[in-house]
Design a protein around this ligand. Structure first.
Ligand SMILES: Cc1cc2nc3c(=O)[nH]c(=O)nc-3n(C[C@H](O)[C@H](O)[C@H](O)COP(=O)(O)O)c2cc1C
Length: 227
């Protein structure tokens, strides 16, 4: 996986939109994203939107039909659309669910296809040049398990001529051990990860340790160091 490509420090006009797609408000992914946001320069504006608060309709592929190109969508869709267009930096905050993003996050991205079809929006043109970032957490100790998530988002960014900022990955808790309640045997990940001293708490998509607070500026520092 290539290193972060983002090389422009969040400038005076930077507007970060954090799109929360997890199924657990206040979970470890959101906590990690908030830690990373703490490292942003004060001048960078930030907005947080929880997809569960703005449920999108099931996606219908109506490309090329009048239904697919018309309609401003409902209130929730309009909030997400306007916030997406307004942002300079889009942060996809999703736990790792089955090696990729959550269903809510995927549905949000599916709606991009609809928005791209609306001539009145010039969606593709207006997304060009923004930066996409990802923050995720998983139960697995192997960062490569998040390759599908990182690869899908990186390619999606490229498809829209956006920059790819990179993935910040943390280890969240595994499935709670319910063996006492269910009688089922505990699985290998049915417990929080062992906090081993020296184990990097957070890393990028290559497994390289990244301090959460430095995430949004790490690419900038790496690029500066190479000059
Ligand atoms: C539906 C579902 C699918 C999951 N799939 C994976 C997975 O493929 N790999 C993994 O390491 N963890 C997986 N997990 C565990 C979560 O990624 C992990 O617990 C994460 O830290 C949860 O984030 P949260 O604390 O923000 O809710 C899955 C959890 C759920 C609920």
């Amino acid at each position: 996986m290539p290193p972060p490509t983002h090389s422009v420090p969040p400038g005076p006009g930077a507007r970060f939109l954090f799109v929360l797609g997890g199924g657990r408000p206040g979970g470890s992914t959101e906590a990690l994203a908030r830690r990373a946001a703490d490292g942003l320069p004060d001048r960078a504006a930030r907005r947080w939107l929880r997809l569960a608060d703005h449920p999108l309709p099931a996606f219908e592929d109506a490309r090329g039909t009048p239904a697919g190109t018309a309609g401003a969508g409902d209130r929730h869709e309009r909030v997400l659309l306007e916030a997406t267009l307004e942002a300079t930096d889009l942060v996809i905050v999703s736990p790792l669910y089955w090696y990729t993003v959550s269903a809510a996050t995927k549905l949000y991205l599916d709606h991009w296809s609809r928005w791209m079809d609306r001539a009145d929006l010039a969606y593709r043109e207006r997304m060009r040049g923004k930066t996409m970032w990802a923050v995720s957490s998983c139960a697995s100790p192997d960062p490569a398990d998040a390759d599908p998530l990182a690869g899908m988002l990186r390619r999606t960014a490229r498809h829209l001529d956006m920059e790819w900022g990179g993935l910040l990955l943390g280890r969240g808790p595994g499935r709670p051990d319910r063996s006492a309640v269910t009688g089922l045997p505990a699985g290998p990940r049915d417990r929080p990860p062992a906090a081993r001293p020296g184990e990097p708490a957070t890393c990028d998509s290559t497994g390289r340790p990244v301090e959460a607070r430095a995430f949004f500026t790490a690419g900038v520092l790496a690029a500066a160091a190479q000059r």
